[in-house]
Design a protein around this ligand. Structure first.
Ligand code: MTE
Ligand code: MO
Length: 201
């Protein structure tokens, strides 16, 4: 399937309806980050669930890999205007992370925290009901460091900046707290179908 660079207008209807307004398709997988990819060894890797500053549960790499694994094949949409269809990810559903911690979402908002000091906010409902994954594998291989390995958040129905790479943990917050890009003018929610790119969109 040759889709590279095509905009909605140039695509057959079946594909066009999967491409949000202002987006074009790519076949490659662009790498975007605020800095160089951090090198995180799985030996020292931990994943922590928190309620504000209070720790709820922490997993080592081995413990996290022992949680139920789910595969999601989803289209992804970057705010810089590329979209990529049928990307295949494998990892732990946020639902299963909460179940393993023995908690239900204690607040309505989550801040995803990363090892490169990146952060991004997502409403808790957008992470639940099978919608979001902490991905450990992409396309059948361990997640490449450039794409956020060892583990990244995948929230495919929102712009891809919400899918925090090099994920360190998820923090439930009382209020919707802006993350790295949201503090710099990006939309608090980021729905690609409503073109919520910037805070006043
Ligand atoms: N930790 C971290 N996560 C991040 C970023 C980042 O700079 N640091 N950039 C975001 C942005 S703006 C995008 S578009 C995607 C890019 O993911 P990719 O490099 O796998 O395409 O990661 C998002 N997650
Ligand atoms: Mo982005």
């Amino acid at each position: 399937m040759v889709t590279r660079g095509f905009t909605r207008q140039q695509l057959p209807t079946e594909l066009a309806r999967r491409v949000p307004p202002g987006q074009h398709l790519v076949d490659d997988f662009p790498v975007l980050a605020i800095g160089a990819a951090p090198n995180i060894a799985t030996a020292g890797w931990t994943f922590e669930l928190k309620l504000g500053s209070r720790p709820l549960k922490k997993w080592s790499w081995a413990e996290f890999n022992a949680l139920p694994q789910t595969t999601l094949t989803r289209d992804i949409h970057c705010v810089t205007s590329w979209s990529k269809l049928d990307t295949r990810w494998e990892g732990v559903l946020v639902d299963d992370i909460l179940a393993a911690a023995g908690v239900e979402a204690p607040t309505a908002f989550v801040l995803a925290n990363s090892y490169d000091d990146y952060s991004t906010n997502v409403p808790a409902v957008d992470l639940l009901g099978g919608k979001a994954l902490v991905a450990l594998r992409y396309d059948g291989e361990p997640l490449h460091r450039d794409h956020g390995g060892p583990a990244r958040l995948l929230v495919p129905h929102l712009y891809f900046w919400k899918s925090a790479k090099w994920l360190k943990g998820l923090t439930f917050t009382q209020r919707d707290e802006a993350g790295f890009w949201e503090l710099r003018g990006y939309h608090l929610y980021g729905d690609p179908w409503r073109e919520q790119r910037f805070s006043d969109d």
